[in-house]
Ligand binder design. Sequence first.
Ligand SMILES: [Mg+2]
Length: 121
Amino acid sequence: MKNCLVVDDSKVIRKVARHILESLDLTVTEAVDGQDALTQCEASLPDVVLLDWNMPVMSGMEFLQALSATKMEARPKIIFCTTENGISHIKAAVEAGADEYVMKPFDRETLESKLAIVGVI
Ligand SMILES: [Mg+2]
């Protein structure tokens, strides 16, 4: 089974994402901010990261930059989550290494299609 690391400071979003991802036969781990996610990636690299933008401690953008700076043998696929009023962030996220993006609130169909595009399912 492939693993998805869900990175979001909202417990509700993590719970919703977990529910959807597990229904798509992925195993799920959770991180509460970018720093937590980076630590987890250094310990065990997930296949895909579902990444929030706005988080305390370390934002999604800072996580992308920190991940690029590490010397990992492989790189997880990154699906970046944004809101309608954060749409200007998409270009910056893609330039920083995000593979795809989803708009919040996301549903099962959207997430499934994005995971297929990045080749995880
Ligand atoms: Mg957030």
